[in-house]
Design a binder for this molecule. Sequence first.
Ligand code: NAD
Length: 308
Amino acid sequence: MRVLVTGGAGFIGSHLTDALVGAGHSVTVVDDLSTGRRAQVPAKANLVQMDILNPALGSLVAETAPEAVFHLAAHASVSESVREPEHDARVNVLGTLKVLRACAGAGVGRFVFSSTGGALYGEPQALPCTESHPVRPLSPYGASKAAAEAYVHALGQDSGMRTVILRYANVYGPGQDPDGEAGVVAIFAARMLAGEAVTVFGDGEQQRDFVHVADVVDANLRALTRSEDGVYNIGTGVGTSVKELFASLVRATGYSRAPQHVPARPGDVGRVWLDVSAARAGLGWAPRTPLEVGIGATVESMRANRIQ
Ligand code: NAD
């Protein structure tokens, strides 16, 4: 298939692009390289450095004529969204609308949107969160993804494009930027490998659902062949506290220092993990990477790449 991936130079997008190229698809990546890296894009993919808000996006999509589009380009940090909500909304809401309009105009058949499960539901009323849990984001980032989802539904219905929305938990794995503000596994692992202080926001009892990037890629590939619209949580269904995560990373890295606690960040949810039974039933998908195994492999990859 001809496939277009926005954000394909980023953490999840580059893993997805690798898998799509490996499966024999013809892949175009659109990325402005604001957080993504050119080196992460496989040579067989065609990288176009472009902001998704660029007016030329429509003609690029029309010329490329993709059968399917994976939309991952986003401003993907909760804490930065609290500081700069307008920038977050510009990229995540307006940007998504621009991509959707370009796709609808070019007759794209399938649109797969990377949304969030971790930041969409707010402080959950019940755990694990199902897709029908009320959408009450605590952060501008969660709000922007909720708005973008609404546009995916509206433009999908209007254009006849098949749409699949994947709501990820906390994604981790090799290649995640350890210098950003999101991605606690990469941040902790890099600091531990460098012997630096590790900062924990709050008491460390906050719980998250950590899903490996290979499982997230698998969900995207399954969404490519899905013939109906759908909204699916993509996580593990298990909550892991930041304290437990710290301990797991200590085992993998041999780090010997205690964490430094600082006040909790605004916009962060206390406890959230996702019910993934809809993805099991609708996509035939299941998380396959146990946390300890995924953490070990991530640390090994960081060691090998000397991201220390
Ligand atoms: P990332 O920052 O590594 O990737 C985002 C990519 O989008 C980067 O390559 C960046 O350069 C590109 N980009 C940003 N703004 C752009 C713009 N205006 N035009 C073109 N390209 C632009 O983040 P990621 O962790 O790989 O996240 C990918 C997607 O998954 C995002 O939509 C994010 O919201 C979503 N998501 C991620 C997680 C997670 O835990 N990592 C969880 C839930 C949802």
